[in-house]
Design a binder for this molecule. Sequence first.
Ligand code: ZN
Length: 276
Amino acid sequence: MRDLSKDRALLAINSATVKSLSLQQLADACARAGISAIAPWRDIVQAAGPEKAGRIVRDARLEVSCLCRGGMFPAADEAGRKAALEDNRRAVDEALAIGARCLVLIAGGLPKDSRDIGGARRQVRDGLAALLEYARAAKMPLALEPLHPMYAADRACVNTLGHANDLCDELGAGLGIALDAYHVWWDPDLKRQIARAGNRIITYHVCDWLVPTKDLLLDRGMPGDGVIDLPAIREMVEATGYDGHIDVEIFSAQNWWKRDPAEVLRVCLERHQTVV
Ligand code: ZN
């Protein structure tokens, strides 16, 4: 297993962790903290404009582990599905503009008023297949991120690594996996499915599961503050040959988002070197 205490270059800061910062501010804060990689969300890339965002990243010599995120494929009608595909093509373009290693995708949940989760999952497969044509031509890897089952209705109906692996098997080259410890830590089949994923894992995210979790979306913990055995999962991931960044991605409306971003980055780096 890699020694993170000696290699700070393996840390990528996800922009959701320091949500108040623009892309330029994130680049500056990382430079001050001695952090060399980021994982931005599309909002700050779009706010800068993709071209300028690319310049900011290059001027700061930042590596971009991934762009978060596209996906959200299911829709109630054909027009909705077409709009989703067009938006996802723009996301591929944005990922190219900033030199991201991959574009992270989440599946999307049930269309409005639908109870057909099987149908939603078929729409995800079809949406991925359509986007893959564009992404393959652009040489931008797609990384499907299975989300915890609590999001099946509204965010993602792909909830296990096994399901993501099945989709990769079916759809082939160009589709990989974004593995996020927060979403998969509970899965009794995790070890086997990580081994099965192998080199399809193209980005790896961490935060921690707090007990109790007070908000389904916005109460994620700093690594080390919760119950996920992060070193054990990283060992499984690295056993596949994974040698990319480890992104610290924390949605925390009541705690970390309220703190000084410089402090947040300092704690991220410290935890990255000790408990991840
Ligand atoms: Zn994630």
